[in-house]
Design a protein around this ligand. Structure first.
Ligand code: HEC
Ligand code: HEC
Length: 291
């Protein structure tokens, strides 16, 4: 081998490549790069020996530490199953009154019930049950159909105006469309209904409207307008509105009537899940009333 030419300026060897009189320096890779490569490779070898690493045809090298994430997953799943079967048995074999006194089950309902709620109910009632126009808020203490666990269970199980045999039935007649009341009478009633929650109206007009209300509306909403949960007739005095409390919305409600529809869940989800949902919904309002 002939000795390579030395570059007079840097003192480095030159390669034999030459372009138009310019020659290329033979610059070696710096030593630290080799050290790092060497250290990195040694660490790999150690890890290959300790941990599962190389795939084979039907198996793989297991590593001398015997660590296997599949085992860890299986253990976690088995623990979850034992957990689930314990609380599932408790939920299935106790009634709601007993379950609502069981802290552990209430906690399960908070977690598992939340998932069920988000999957099945939030399309209408919104995430966390905060409600939408026409879809009641479930995280308050204002109930159309009653807020005890048994009442909530019945509402969810049979639905409202649904095809289930045990559906709840809510019907507010279309007083205008069916020509039961004139437009003027409906306007008077609109003012009157508004006055329940905003008492600033003309007294004299009220006497006539009160009579109309008593004849037409009190059978469901009560003479004082506080509603009747057995009929799903809302409390009109509390400034909580399902369909809006401004005058045009109230007029619309009286003129065209309202009949909210909620599908039944009996047969679509298991009874255990129904109970969990009930406990979840009932806890939504508890957190609010504690405030
Ligand atoms: C398709 C829309 C829809 C879905 C989905 C739905 N709901 Fe409803 N829900 C309604 C409507 C509308 C009402 C009010 C009906 C009425 O006017 O009385 C209601 C009422 C209720 C009430 C009664 C509230 C009260 O104040 O008494 C409860 C409780 C309830 N829903 C729970 C649920 C749960 C739990 C789910 C999920 C399993 C669910 N809903 C899914 C539409 C829905
Ligand atoms: C047969 C029973 C019944 C009668 C009579 C009745 N209502 Fe209703 N009313 C209901 C029901 C049930 C609802 C709830 C409908 C729903 O949730 O879909 C309702 C809803 C309403 C609402 C909407 C409340 C809200 O939160 O948005 C207003 C306002 C109202 N009624 C006013 C009246 C007035 C005024 C009269 C008399 C002209 C009257 N109602 C007569 C059953 C009745």
């Amino acid at each position: 081998m002939t000795k390579r030419e030395i570059d007079p300026y840097t003192g480095r060897e030159l390669t034999d490549h030459e372009w138009d009189g310019i020659k290329e320096l033979n610059t070696p890779v710096p030593k630290p790069v080799y050290w790092f490569l060497g250290i990195g490779f040694s660490i790999c070898v150690v890890l290959w020996i300790l941990l599962p690493a190389w795939p084979g045809i039907s198996t793989y090298t297991k590593g001398i530490l015997g660590i296997d994430q599949r085992d860890q997953v299986n253990e976690a799943l088995a623990a979850g199953k034992v957990d689930r079967s314990t609380w599932e048995t408790i939920v299935a074999s106790n009634d709601l009154a007993e379950l609502s006194g069981n802290e552990q089950i209430l906690q399960v309902a908070k977690d598992a019930g939340k998932v069920l709620f988000e999957d099945n109910c939030s399309v209408c009632h919104a995430s966390g049950g905060i409600g939408n126009a026409g879809y009641p808020t479930l995280n308050d203490t204002d109930w159309l159909w009653g807020g005890t666990v048994d009442e909530i269970y019945q509402t969810v199980r049979g639905g409202i105006n649904s095809r289930h045999d045990e559906t709840r039935f809510a019907q507010m007649m279309a007083y205008g469309e069916m020509q039961i009341l004139s437009r003027d009478e409906i306007s008077m009633l609109t003012d009157y209904v508004t006055s329940f929650s905003e008492p600033t109206q003309n007294e004299q007009q009220h006497t006539a409207a009160a009579a109309l209300f008593e004849t037409n509306c009190s059978s469901c909403h009560g003479i004082d307008g506080t509603g009747e949960q057995l009929l799903g007739a809302p409390n009109l005095t509390d400034a909580v509105w399902l369909y809006g409390g401004d005058k045009p919305s109230i007029y619309q409600t009286i003129y065209y009537g309202r009949a909210g529809h909620m599908p039944h869940w009996d047969g679509r989800i298991s009874d255990t899940d129904l109970k969990l949902l009930t406990l979840y919904v009932s806890q939504l309002s508890e957190t609010v009333s504690e405030d």
